[in-house]
Design a protein. Structure first.
Length: 371
């Protein structure tokens, strides 16, 4: 090989290494931004209670703008036609419903936060590989639950006064603890976290659930455990022999739907101001249908993503991935917890719902392929 060829080869290697370092730095920055967004939106209630509604809108808008700028740089690489249609229709119907809202200021705030939050969720899902997004969510929840657990312990044993940390109220702290428990369990199954610290955080999450005494989270945990059992049952069964599983699962979904229907009226009336439940409660029949359709279609896609093996070619024997169960478990938690406790219908809940809705439309990303 001539000296000029060696020089060219060395230059190519140097450029390749530089490109890899730049890509890694960009991904780390995106992961850090996602973690910050999760923390900020889980803390939205505390920030709004302290500084007013304007802070919630400004924070969600800032996060959305940052992700919008990042998405503009990758505009051509995103297949926009595959975005969830029901999400677009729901947000559009929510905007139109402002025309007849009885509480216009609160409805406008809720709609603005919903748009910004949905934009941030789309940005996270399309810019980050699924393992990195899961890592960002887990990191953010550790901060939220860790600070909340410490302050709750101080409240219980020292000051005897409520200190609800970043979440603003105990129900959101309990919801964050349950979400952390789900994320850590799946990360442990895929061995993407160090086992020692993961078990420590699982203990902290369970202790937080016990401390907060949230009935909604315990009910949601029970439903999540049942759905997890159905997913594992379906994975262990030949796809051609899953009829019994589908029938049993439909009965379970019918029970969830009945609970939602029975509790919906009181749930909408008691909604906390500025939450997306306020926005939903102002919708007419068409808009409400779009919202329910968003939940149903997201759950439907999440179910098949969870129980089917990753496949994008003729190879049908690829191993299952644990984190492909995250969308269906998160959606179950959101539906059940949001039904039994209206205070959970804030920006963080909508963020998780939109992430699940979008990523299940791009299952190749969820299964480890950025295609």
């Amino acid at each position: 090989m001539s000296p000029s060829d060696l020089t060219l080869l060395e230059h190519t290697r140097t450029e390749s290494a530089r490109t890899r370092r730049a890509q890694k730095a960009i991904q780390l920055a995106d992961t850090g931004l996602a973690s910050l967004a999760f923390v900020a939106l889980f803390a939205e209630d505390a920030l709004r209670a302290t500084f007013g509604n304007a802070v919630g809108v400004a924070l969600a808008t800032l996060i959305c703008v940052l992700y919008s700028l990042r998405l503009l740089r990758h505009w051509r690489s995103v297949r926009w036609m595959r975005m969830p249609l029901m999400l677009v229709l729901f947000l559009g119907a929510a905007g139109v419903s402002l025309l007849w809202s009885e509480n216009l200021p609160e409805s406008v705030i809720a709609w603005a936060i919903a748009l910004a939050t949905s934009g941030a969720a789309i940005g996270m899902t399309m810019l980050l590989p699924w393992p990195a997004l899961t890592k960002a969510l887990g990191t953010a929840l550790r901060w939220v639950v860790g600070i909340g657990f410490v302050l709750e312990a101080i409240s219980a044993f020292v000051t005897r006064m409520p200190l609800w940390a970043l979440t603003g109220h105990l129900e959101m702290l309990s919801f964050a603890a349950l979400t952390l428990l789900i994320v850590l369990a799946l990360q442990l199954a895929e061995r993407t976290v160090w086992r020692g610290w993961a078990y420590v955080w699982i203990v902290i999450a369970i202790a937080t659930l016990v401390f907060t005494h949230s009935l909604a989270s315990w009910i949601a945990l029970g439903f999540v455990a049942v759905v997890f059992g159905f997913v594992m049952w379906a994975r262990a069964t030949n796809p051609l022999r899953r009829r019994t599983i589908y029938v049993a699962f439909c009965v379970l979904l019918g029970g969830i739907a009945t609970s939602v229907a029975l509790l919906w009226s009181s749930f909408a009336e008691a909604s906390s101001s500025g939450s997306w439940a306020v926005m939903i409660s102002t919708l007419r029949t068409g808009g409400l249908v779009f919202f329910i359709a968003l939940l149903v279609t997201t759950y439907w896609r999440s179910w098949f993503v969870a129980i089917d093996r990753p496949q994008w070619d003729l190879d049908s024997r690829r191993p299952f991935t644990a984190t492909s169960m995250l969308p269906i478990l998160l959606t179950t938690e959101l539906i059940v917890s949001g039904t039994f406790d209206n205070q959970l219908t804030t920006a963080s809940g909508l963020l998780l719902l939109v992430i699940c809705a979008v990523v299940t439309k791009y299952p190749e990303r969820l299964r480890g392929e950025n295609r």
